[in-house]
Design a protein around this ligand. Sequence first.
Ligand code: MLT
Length: 239
Amino acid sequence: MKIDVIISADYIREDIIKDNIVVVIDMLRATSVITTALMNGCKEVIPLLTVEEAFEMRKRLGKENCILGGERRAVRIDGFDLSNSPLEYTKEQVFGKTIIITTTNGTRTLTNCTAADKIFVGCMLNARALANRLMEVNKDLVIVNAGTNGQFSMDDYICTGLIINEIKKINNNVELTDIAFTAEKLYEESTNVLEYISNARHYNVMINLGLEKDINYCVQKNITNIVPEYSEGHIIGIS
Ligand code: MLT
């Protein structure tokens, strides 16, 4: 298995992801939200690019069956039920529901990866379960970081390192590109993930909005066996 990394949504190239396995990471917070919603029993998550598409989809599916979630500039969108805080996606809120979600970077990244053979959703919360699933599939892998507004993002990159580290615990015989090797090295040498990501731009945006609890939640490792998979417009969780 060969592992490569794409540093942000702006760097996705179809020739790199085509027919490969892709893992999309936006650990602060879109992919942590999606994983949490599925962990808490939502039926499916539908990621959409625009706010208009999200309202349209809710009209189509009916208000009683779905929840609109997401953010622009990290805050709840007017008329939406939930923001992009994983702490809001509780069992009481989401069980049995369809979540329609639109976020600045995370859902854009997901919807730009459809040339891949399979698309999984990754974060720190499900890193080990994801590694197990990836080893079952055992095909070349591209880990796509959502990044922040098209730029490299430290939080997604260290999360990439954790996922590679978990894969190597199962099979040390993987071929890493230089950028994948560096992600794992960074993870291994960072004794404190939170301290490392406190230098990230998006971390500081979140702190200024009072979202420290979300960050503390998202840096937890391996709390769920849910591995979300995105196919034909829907994300479902397999454990
Ligand atoms: C995104 O998709 O851009 C992020 O998840 C932003 C956020 O933290 O709300």
